[in-house]
Design a protein around this ligand. Structure first.
Ligand code: HEC
Ligand code: HEC
Ligand code: HEC
Ligand code: HEC
Length: 500
């Protein structure tokens, strides 16, 4: 073949033809790009808002009148039909599936009732129904604080606007039962005027502020994760007034957060068997996601959980937030060319390996708690037990951090396996120390482990009367909840809004 310069020297018109066709291609590409950008803008302004919506409007139906596509897709979070190997949007009784957790949470409400999450649509329903929130028959009854409502509803920013932040958290959960009525929604993530993404939860803004970061200056891509980080994070209730706080001041990984909690001996509860001062991990989805390859390559939560969708030429954001495995074509396959089957198996393989290690970590933790109890029973002193309890505290915190986020095993498998590895190591150290303590109190035979093969056996072992708790709950659901719903309806009937 001749070099192109030679050809052009012989036939100059070829050079001109190449030149003009290049210009034409560049021009066409430019047209394409501008049409893509216009389409995106159209997506936002595809419909003319018909109502002026206030930032404190908690009802999704009202916002939905202005933005029907987003609203209708968001309502699909009510669907409970999809199940993947470990997750999906069905309600799964996690304690039935894995009764070891009953022992690990002995003395804490999670041992009564714990389900895997379902769609946002159920946020209010599920918090009312779980045995963890007890059956408070008066506004003052019950042990849980109002802070528990914080990640459930756009009525939360509405109330904070009215009462102030600190006063919102104060008081018992039941005292705001009639105020918090709408499931997670538009006002939680959007600015009412511009529909830009917006942080509505002060705890996230404050956590970044303490690190000298102004979260309001985040990029659009960062916001596509930060709106989720308002709720899908590790948190705790600080002090007497239960002020919602994210424990990120020393860093956001498991080790830094452990140091943070240890630095002032914070504990959520004292374990009923081992008497360990425990930390309950919540759902550190955001923190863990940030340690994985997809975050490192600049992806945001919305890239997999809220993909773009087209309908009649209009591109919009699919608000059906769910497992991406129910929508691989619009999520993973935007970037990966492999088949659905392969991609799904990539996820399952990582999850399976994490689950194997997780099961081992749980088994050893159960033994560590039960052996520690045996040591107390044999007359061990506080001083003897102290180092054991610190080991158990850290081992369980690490296990919980790994499993409490239901996407962790895929979001950052290597980090999660590392953390579970340290949990196993700490549990074994605790058990070695305990066996020495037992021996020094004359006990040399192995400790008896109870039969905890089902949820009900495990709950009986730790002394829970679940049947009674369920009965009380039913009375609460039949009597108090309808009153809450009625009051909310009366309040909302009084709201008025302008038609544009
Ligand atoms: C106001 C708090 C809040 C915000 C903001 C929030 N979530 Fe959630 N999310 C929840 C709660 C609470 C649940 C569990 C609801 C239940 O099980 O009743 C949940 C459940 C989920 C589930 C499980 C769905 C299923 O079908 O199993 C996914 C996935 C999820 N959220 C992703 C996200 C993503 C992605 C974002 C950001 C775009 C986000 N969430 C923003 C509170 C929130
Ligand atoms: C958990 C957070 C969250 C909730 C709740 C939420 N959105 Fe969104 N919304 C997003 C994200 C993320 C985007 C994508 C923004 C982007 O890519 O710039 C978005 C985009 C939009 C857009 C811009 C056009 C588009 O489709 O991309 C509109 C309009 C919108 N949402 C309406 C709503 C309405 C109406 C509701 C309530 C029914 C709602 N959203 C609830 C997070 C949320
Ligand atoms: C917006 C683009 C994008 C989307 C959407 C996306 N990925 Fe990726 N994925 C990447 C990039 C980039 C990498 C890093 C690979 C690299 O840089 O070579 C990656 C890496 C991976 C890896 C290898 C990482 C590891 O742990 O070894 C797997 C597996 C994977 N993705 C699966 C998925 C699945 C499953 C989904 C859907 C749930 C998905 N990805 C969605 C861009 C994406
Ligand atoms: C690269 C794609 C990808 C990104 C980005 C991503 N996730 Fe996930 N997420 C997944 C996959 C895959 C699963 C596992 C789904 C399953 O097992 O069915 C998952 C699971 C989850 C679950 C549990 C879902 C359930 O059905 O119970 C939650 C909650 C979640 N992710 C939240 C988030 C949040 C919050 C972010 C951002 C901080 C995020 N995810 C970013 C792919 C992603």
């Amino acid at each position: 073949m001749k070099a192109i310069t030679l050809i052009i020297k012989e036939k100059p018109w070829i050079g001109w033809a190449l030149f003009f066709s290049t210009i034409l291609i560049v021009f066409l590409l430019g047209l394409l790009a501008s049409s893509v950008i216009e389409r995106r803008a159209e997506a936002v302004y595809a419909y003319k808002p018909s109502k002026e919506i206030s930032q404190t409007e908690p009802r999704n139906t009202i916002w939905g009148e202005n933005y029907p596509r987003e609203y209708e897709s968001y309502l699909k979070t009510a669907d409970t039909s999809f199940r993947s190997q470990y997750n999906g949007n069905a309600l799964i009784d996690a304690l039935e599936l894995d009764p070891k957790m009953v022992i690990l949470w002995a003395g804490y409400p999670f041992s009564k009732d714990y389900n895997q999450p379902r769609g946002h649509y159920y946020a209010i329903d599920d918090i009312r129904k779980t045995l963890r929130t007890e059956a408070p028959m008066t506004p003052e009854a019950g042990k849980l604080p109002n802070t528990c409502w914080a990640c459930k509803s756009p009525d939360v920013p509405r109330m904070m606007n009215k009462t102030g932040i600190a006063d919102f958290y104060k008081g018992n959960w039941a005292s705001k039962g009639a105020e918090i009525a709408n499931f997670i929604g538009c006002a939680d993530c959007h600015d009412a005027k511009t529909m830009n993404l917006r942080i509505s939860r002060p705890a996230l803004i404050e956590a970044f502020e303490r690190q000298g970061i102004d979260v309001k200056k985040s990029s659009q891509q960062e916001m596509r994760s930060l709106v989720c980080a308002q709720c899908h994070v590790e948190y705790y209730f600080q002090g007497e007034d239960k002020y919602l706080t994210f424990p990120w001041d020393k860093g956001m990984n498991v080790d830094s957060i452990e140091k943070y909690y240890d630095s002032y001996e914070f504990s959520d509860w004292k374990h009923a068997l081992s008497r360990t001062p425990m930390i309950k991990a919540q759902h550190p989805d955001f923190e863990v996601f940030k340690m994985g390859i997809h975050a490192q390559r600049g992806l945001a939560c919305a890239d997999c959980h809220m993909p773009y969708r087209s309908e009649g030429g209009v591109k919009f954001t699919d608000h059906h937030i769910q497992s991406p495995l129910n929508n691989i074509a619009n999520t993973c396959q935007i970037c990966h060319r492999e088949s659905e089957e392969t991609l799904k198996n990539n996820v399952y393989e990582r999850q399976r390996k994490v689950h194997q290690t997780k099961d081992k970590a749980e088994e050893l933790l159960v033994k560590a708690h039960i052996e520690a109890k045996a040591a107390w029973d044999a007359g061990a002193s506080e001083n003897e037990m102290k180092p054991v309890l610190i080991l158990i505290r850290h081992a369980q915190w690490r296990w919980d951090f790994s499993v409490a986020g239901h996407g962790n095993a895929f979001h950052a498998p290597i980090e999660i396996l590392r953390i579970l590895g340290t949990s196993i190591d700490l549990s074994q150290e605790a058990r070695i120390l305990t066996s020495r303590i037992l021996a020094s109190h004359g006990i040399n035979k192995p400790v008896d482990y109870p039969d905890i093969s089902t949820k009900s056996k495990a709950q009986k072992f730790i002394g829970l009367d679940i049947e009674n708790l369920k009965k009380e709950k039913q009375v609460f659901l039949n009597k108090i909840v309808p009153e809450w719903i009625q009051k909310a309806k009366e309040r909302e009937a009084k709201y008025n809004f302008k038609t544009l």
